[in-house]
Write a protein that binds this ligand. Sequence first.
Ligand code: HEM
Length: 413
Amino acid sequence: MNGCPVHFDPLSPEQLADPYPLYARMRDECPVFHDAEHDLWIVTRYEDVMTVVRDPKTFSSENAVRASVQPLPAPVLAVLAEGWPLTPTLTDSDGDVHRRLRLLVSKAFTPRRVQELEDTVRRTADELIDGFAGEGRADVIDRFAWHLPLITIADVLGVPREDVPLLHRWSYSWLRLMQATDPVEDLVACASDVVSMQRYFMDALGRRERDGGSDLMAELLTARIAGGEPLTRVEAMRVPMNLIIAGHVTVTRAIGNGLTTLLADPGQLEAVRRDPALVPTMVEEILRFESPAQGLFRTVREDTELGGVGIPAGARVMVHWGSGNRDERVFPDAARFDVARDSAASHLAFGKGVHACLGAPLARLQLRIAIPRLLDRLPGLRLAEGADTAVRDTIFFARGFKKLTLAWDAEAA
Ligand code: HEM
């Protein structure tokens, strides 16, 4: 496999701009590819991704969000030691530990609870758009795309809205800590933010232990599965952290990816404008075509074989949802963006198997509202002219914009 002539370098400007031709080559020529630079086995075909996620015993979720398993630098670990262990969370646990967490969180985070959010999401989206519609030009990531999902999940958890900007900053510090490519002094600052986030939720849960409450945080403390123990406060603390981070950075990216993809394809944009019944398939197609979570990681527990390639115990695997979603073997004409394509049941953007996204119904609800509202309320929406209007975020396993300046006809808005 090392003979495969590709250079997997997801943070390079070329691959940030358009990684898909490279993934197509990898799927054809080296579908299970050992990338020596990152010491990662990159799994790019749909079928192989499915094999991995269907076998969590062999492919453990330990360190599922860490590209590297090199220990963090000592000064960073020293700061983290002032807080509580970062794991286990839903995302990075296995077996019974994961099952118990997932059942308990699912009890509090029910589909009914999500459905009840529809009006709030609609109102929040409109209030945010009111804030900039008259300006004719704005960075929609900074003014809209992170606020909407974060306000939504904060409301469910029972977090006051004035704390939302702080949670946004802490979430990005957590992501940077997981990626661990920044200089040590920056990582120390990130670790300090993460510990602040832990303290914030320990305090918030402590208040609910004392005073009760009806929000998701209060329910997390009391949820039980037959005969089992409820979550401890430390276990419960990791849940809102997990939901806040997983639930907002992904939706933020999906909004930016969706807008840029639609604006680059006027025919598809026009099709969905003409027929709003296409909005649900449009959302799935955005997620398939430009998956916000490009891939996550697994640790191999025993020597195994995947796609005819031997992988040793202890190896690290990247399951590449973004590449699997472009696999021509499964999605006909996979490189074509088609708002009428119905891939909700098959695409990998929310993962598959025991760890499949717990927030998918909430993400879908938000995207089905957010993107049409932006298109309706900002007539003549287009990419703004000028340098640095669309700047990609440089997170190894995610795909999206940290800045996306759009323009529209303000008088008509
Ligand atoms: C477009 C938006 C979203 C995308 C693309 C996305 C993607 C994913 C993916 C790929 C996984 C699987 C991880 C794995 O197999 O290792 C996952 C898991 C998860 N997601 Fe999402 N997600 C989104 C939105 C949300 C939202 C809104 C929430 C909650 C508020 C959420 C909460 C979670 C949680 C808790 C897990 C872990 C589930 C488990 O391990 O059992 N996600 N997500």
